[in-house]
Ligand binder design. Structure first.
Ligand SMILES: NC(=O)c1ccc[n+]([C@@H]2O[C@H](COP(=O)([O-])OP(=O)(O)OC[C@H]3O[C@@H](n4cnc5c(N)ncnc54)[C@H](OP(=O)(O)O)[C@@H]3O)[C@@H](O)[C@H]2O)c1
Length: 176
């Protein structure tokens, strides 16, 4: 009997820095400048194990210089389906089969912002989540999932302080 090969499924991991009151951004146009040096180092090291990155168009515009050399997928409603610029692919996520698009990657990092996290979570394209909680209350700003999202249960895999100033790193598995 000939076995049918199953398409490869990558592991999708999201990384988010947040204030204690669950805000991931104070402004729409810039990347967080309030997260700790230790969080930046953690993200940098983690990205060395990832072979592709997914971001929303707004985050891409804020972070383009860091992402241009990576295999990066940018969500946008502007392309009909796909639009390639060197290693960056602009993709309309509602018009493309993302599982097929990502099938050649082993580890996909989801780097936000809130719309991209939400789309990936709601479409079962998130396996794990690293949340860095910085010891800040903003009292305003963008929530982690723009526009809200469905209730989702998570399993805590680990938690550890990243420094002595109160930054915590939480690692969860998404319980779909
Ligand atoms: N704290 C953190 O760890 C962290 C991480 C990353 C980003 N951020 C912050 O988050 C903020 C941006 O978040 P955001 O939610 O406003 O924007 P975003 O997710 O970065 O980008 C939103 C854009 O992505 C495209 N998009 C997303 N989902 C889509 C869908 N389902 N269909 C079609 N297009 C889709 C749309 O682009 P078009 O308008 O082109 O259609 C949309 O306007 C920035 O301030 C950034 O600094 C924080």
């Amino acid at each position: 009997m000939i076995e049918k090969l199953q398409p490869h499924k990558p592991k999708y991991t999201a990384f988010v820095a947040t204030s204690v009151d669950g805000r991931s951004s104070l402004t729409e146009k810039t990347l967080p400048d309030w997260n700790s040096q230790e969080d930046r180092q953690f993200l940098h090291q983690s990205l060395s194990h990832m072979d592709a990155v997914v971001v929303g168009r707004k985050t891409y515009e804020a972070a383009a210089k860091h992402l241009r050399k990576r295999i990066t997928y940018v969500f946008s409603s502007r392309p009909t389906t796909l639009c390639h610029r060197e290693s960056v692919t602009f993709v309309n996520p509602v018009r493309v089969d993302l599982e097929k698009l990502f099938q050649d990657h082993k580890n996909v990092a989801v780097l936000g912002g809130g719309m991209a996290y939400r789309f990936m979570l709601e479409n079962h394209l998130l396996d794990e989540l690293f949340v860095t909680v910085e010891p800040l209350i903003f009292g305003r700003g963008t929530p982690m999932f723009t526009g809200g999202t469905k209730t989702t249960r998570l399993d805590l895999l680990s938690s550890r302080p990243l420094n002595s100033s109160g930054t915590l790193l939480l690692h969860y598995r998404i319980n779909h």
